[in-house]
Design a protein. Structure first.
Length: 103
């Protein structure tokens, strides 16, 4: 009878340990799944970051090109404006000269 009690106690303890082990394995599996999901997300975010950096570099290049084009256009406008002023002043001078000659 004492051996039977010892055996039953050992069986109960084994059952408790087995249940505890099963629960810890279940929790470990959950953590592994979470880790895998996070690793996948990190990989995706790294790819997205790389794509965004590339896009940013492209935009910076286009921005420099547009700034150059804008500078050229501004210079052309200023040159055209200066030509118009010169033409106006030349015309005005001719008109004044003609008026003086008539008088």
């Amino acid at each position: 009878m004492p051996n039977q009690t010892i055996i039953e106690n050992l069986q109960n303890e084994t059952d408790i340990l087995q249940t505890s082990l099963s629960e810890k394995e279940r929790l470990l599996n959950i953590k592994e799944n979470q880790t895998t999901k996070l690793e996948t997300e990190v990989t995706h975010l790294k790819k997205q970051l790389s794509t965004n950096r590339s896009y940013s570099i492209t935009l910076e290049g286009k921005n420099r090109e547009l700034q150059g084009s804008n500078m050229i256009a501004t210079q052309e406008i200023m040159l055209s404006h200066n030509k118009n002023i010169l033409m106006y002043n030349t015309h005005k001078t001719r008109m004044l000269t003609e008026m003086k000659q008539r008088t």
